[in-house]
Design a binder for this molecule. Structure first.
Ligand code: NAP
Length: 352
């Protein structure tokens, strides 16, 4: 019998849920035992419920699995899984994750609980120590399980690049995003809205970027998180690209590092996942490219299986201190790949 942890994916038929399915194939520690979605899909075979969006074939045995209903009342009774990955719409995720979190480790991609005082918001390379916050949560809520969250897909790429620059003292960050269509889920943005177009608004996205980064880069004081202290302003746009969020970052620092020092800070940056050699960890979390016209979504989003952030066009800024472009794969590092990496960290630390 396999001794892998059995995983339930809530929201399995969606853009992120399918990425979880794809990335968990052959995973050394996790195996999928439950696929759940809405009443529309429940009771159907997965292959009849989902429009498959991945560029690898739907695994045969996944196609034959019956989709379960996300029934909060059954959360307590079932013994079909050991931990839960959720990729549900934000409003639904709030109550559902509370039900499941009382009993199981819940790894959430939704925004509902990200900013809760007792819920960690994790990028494993940046703040692995914040996972200890789940012990505070378990005690406070008298839970056997817990909820831990991953940041918004546009927050992850930018924040990974900010961490190595903190040594130079971050004062202000301005960021403009060009975000891919898969970030809006499936079927997502109507084609007639986005063909030949850029949409300069994504509901709630700017607020998430402006708050989440400060929590992730903050300090765990044993009870809660003291937020990082700098200013951040975001402007978010939807563009006609399938996968990969490209972001223009402008940053004002206390010190004036040379471009070489800055590049070295990026390329030498490594975290706990690299030290622990977690199965889904990229060997180099931040890759720097020197071509004048990179990074580009089509060519750079799959760097290190989509788990690395690619930085390019690093230069001095006449108003701020530095500016650069960064790119990350929104449904891999920005969603399922980040979620799996978090789960691997919790497992290694004996918390899941
Ligand atoms: P999606 O493609 O729209 O998928 C939504 C999933 O939730 C589907 O499995 C859907 O099942 C299920 N669902 C919807 N309404 C439900 C209901 N009333 N009861 C039970 N299940 C329901 O969305 P997504 O892009 O995968 O995003 C999922 C979550 O991840 C969202 O909170 C999103 O903000 C977050 N996220 C997305 C990305 C990204 O790049 N896409 C990145 C980071 C975070 P049915 O198929 O049965 O309707």
């Amino acid at each position: 019998m396999s001794n892998k942890r059995r995983v339930a994916i809530l929201g399995a038929t969606g853009a992120v849920g399918q990425r979880y399915i794809q990335l968990l194939q052959g995973h050394p520690w996790f195996e999928i035992s439950v696929l759940a979605a809405s009443e529309r899909s429940a009771g159907k075979k997965f292959k009849d419920a989902a429009t498959w969006l991945m560029d690898t074939d739907m695994p045969k045995e996944i196609g034959e699995m019956q989709v379960a209903n996300i029934d909060v009342k059954s959360a307590e009774q079932t013994d079909d899984f050991d931990l839960v990955f959720t990729s549900l719409p934000g409003d639904l995720a709030g109550p559902v994750e509370n039900e499941f979190g009382a009993h199981y480790p819940v790894f959430s991609k939704a925004s509902a609980h990200r900013m809760d005082n007792d819920v960690p918001l994790i990028i494993p390379e940046i703040n692995p120590d914040h996972i200890e916050l789940v012990k505070v949560q378990q005690k406070k809520r008298n839970w056997k399980g817990f909820i831990t969250t991953d940041p918004n897909c546009s927050t992850i790429g930018m924040t990974l690049t900010l961490k190595p620059l903190m040594q130079f003292g971050i004062q202000q960050v301005m960021v403009t995003t060009m975000q891919a269509l898969s970030g809006a889920g499936y079927p997502g943005v109507p084609s007639l809205d986005i063909i030949d177009n850029v949409i300069p608004y994504i509901s709630g996205e700017e607020e998430k970027m402006e708050s989440e980064a400060l929590k992730i880069l903050g300090t765990f004081n044993g009870v809660s998180i003291d937020y990082a202290d700098f200013q951040l302003s975001a402007s978010c746009n939807r563009v006609n690209v399938k996968d990969g969020h490209l972001e223009a970052v402008f940053i004002k620092l206390d010190k004036e590092p040379s471009l070489e020092e800055t590049e070295t800070a990026f390329t030498t940056f490594k975290g706990e996942p690299q030290k622990l050699k977690l199965p889904s960890a990229p060997t180099q979390p931040i890759i720097v490219r020197h071509e004048k016209n990179r990074p580009q979504p089509r060519y750079d989003r799959d760097a290190e299986q989509g788990q690395s952030v690619v930085v390019g066009r690093l230069r001095k800024d006449p108003i701020m201190t530095l500016k650069y472009m960064c790119l990350s794969h929104n449904t891999v590092r920005g969603a399922a790949g980040g979620g799996i990496l978090s789960a691997e960290l919790y497992v290694t630390k004996g918390l899941a």
